[in-house]
Design a protein. Structure first.
Length: 247
């Protein structure tokens, strides 16, 4: 129950617990639960005023930024700022560990014992949480792949486009840059890559949704284009796409 309180999914009054309503009205209960939990976590991600639970989405942002599409939840190199990457050359490509990255952005959660840092148990608990929230998927044992559930992503595009209220040829539409900003404010703390692209794990899911006919990426107006990192060409992705259309 305490975990649900930390996610702001239940409240407590006069020693009694009560369920908070979902933030969005969606027909799929699990997706509605996940969307609401992620929305509540996103409210913790305010640069300069980080909430304690910002760790959940900041960890995930790290995986996206570093293009880590596969990990084991006891990979010490991911979270330990003192890890010697010469032990394993797989980790030399990482700019820094999660805890080092947190220092750079000014996120330093503390307890009575001092600064809170990651360890294997905490990172394992975090992995179980985001697996339940649909952001990673267990392969076997400690092995996980990194990509958000396609139902979450499709619903996020639909919600963002409907909130924006723009329609082209009778279809809800949203600029890709506006959609990414909506994600940061409402669900996932995600940034574009150094090349100005959508991170590969998210781009791959968007590509699958386009391939399956749910959305398309087109060029409209003067907004700058944003690429889809690591996906092949497709007839539903314009070369200079800057807009998502919902079918």
């Amino acid at each position: 129950m305490e975990g649900l309180r930390l996610l702001r999914l239940v409240g407590r009054e006069d020693e009694e617990y009560y369920a908070e309503p979902f933030h969005w009205d969606v027909s799929d209960t699990l997706t509605g639960f996940r969307l609401t939990a992620l929305h509540n976590l996103a409210q913790e991600c305010v640069p300069g005023d980080w909430g304690k639970q910002a760790v959940v989405l900041l960890n995930y942002q790290y995986l996206l930024d570093e293009n880590i599409q596969y990990f084991e939840n006891n990979d010490e190199a991911l979270f330990d700022e003192k890890y010697d990457d010469s032990i394993d050359s797989r980790y030399e490509k990482y700019d820094d560990s999660i805890d080092s990255r947190f220092e750079k952005v000014g996120y330093e959660p503390r307890s009575q014992q001092g600064r809170i840092t990651h360890n294997e148990q905490k990172f394992g608990n975090w992995t179980r949480l985001i697996k339940y929230l649909g952001l990673v998927h267990k392969v076997s044992g400690r092995e996980h792949t990194v990509y958000p559930d396609s139902r979450l992503v499709l619903k996020s595009v639909e919600l963002a486009a409907n909130e924006r209220g723009e329609v082209i040829d009778g279809t809800p539409t949203i600029e890709i840059g506006v959609y990414l900003r909506w994600l940061r404010e409402n669900l996932l703390y995600v940034n574009t890559t150094s090349d100005g692209d959508i991170p590969a794990p998210l781009a791959r899911v968007l590509f699958e949704l386009m391939r399956d006919g749910h959305i398309e990426a087109r060029e409209y107006g003067d907004a700058g284009s944003i690429g889809f990192s690591g996906v092949p060409p497709h007839d539903r992705i314009d070369r200079n796409a800057n807009t998502l259309r919902v079918h």
